[in-house]
Ligand binder design. Structure first.
Ligand SMILES: [Fe+2]
Ligand SMILES: [Fe+2]
Length: 198
């Protein structure tokens, strides 16, 4: 790989994220937080520094396809109807189309493709399950769920980290992978103790 390439990718990724976040205030900061939580989770799981950086980049870019989703749907202050939900789900396909020229990102694209897949096959876009889901995709899924639930959205207020972990625990074994959830919990607890100490 050309030495300038990883840097060019990171700067270009940041540009894309800025474009997406300029579009919607509720997405502002989400990508950065998911990148950060996902990378820490990957680290706690003992993954290599290269994979940790791939997970971080995928976290930053995971929702890039939301650029292609209508604002009226993204900002809707109530539950989505089936057509609107189908439109939101399309952000995964749109994201991969946007990123197609960056094929050299390899596994990063697989992680993004899998960020809404679930352990029991109840996710999208492919409905794959278990081991068929890339490890990075499983990590993004827990980080994304945690951040989505702890952030304020158009349709509801935020929950605390503790409430969110309690809720997510009820999804372990069905939609969330136990080992990845345990690692996320360690990351959240470590941060909470740092806040207390600080
Ligand atoms: Fe997403
Ligand atoms: Fe997300």
């Amino acid at each position: 790989m050309d030495a300038a390439r990883p840097f060019a990718s990171a700067a270009f990724a940041e540009t894309l994220i800025n474009a997406m976040e300029a579009k919607n205030p509720y997405l502002r900061g989400h990508s950065q937080r998911v990148a950060d939580i996902a990378a820490s989770t990957a680290e706690v799981m003992g993954l290599s520094p290269d994979v940790v950086e791939q997970v971080r980049l995928a976290g930053g870019l995971h929702d890039i396809g939301k650029i292609g989703i209508r604002e009226a749907v993204l900002d809707k202050p109530g539950p989505l109807d089936p057509d609107e939900y189908a439109h939101v789900k399309d952000h995964v396909r749109i994201g991969l189309e946007i990123l197609a020229p960056m094929g050299h990102l390899g596994p990063v694209l697989d992680f993004i493709r899998d960020h809404h897949e679930r352990l029991d096959g109840s996710g999208y876009p492919s409905g794959i399950s278990g081991e068929a889901i890339s490890l990075g995709g499983r990590i993004l899924a827990v980080a994304d769920t945690f951040d989505a639930l702890t952030s304020k959205r158009a349709y509801r207020d935020s929950r605390t980290g503790r409430e969110t972990l309690g809720y997510m625990r009820s999804l372990v074994g069905t939609s969330l992978f136990p080992d990845v959830f345990d690692a996320l919990q360690r990351v959240v607890e470590q941060r909470r103790s740092l806040v207390f100490l600080g």
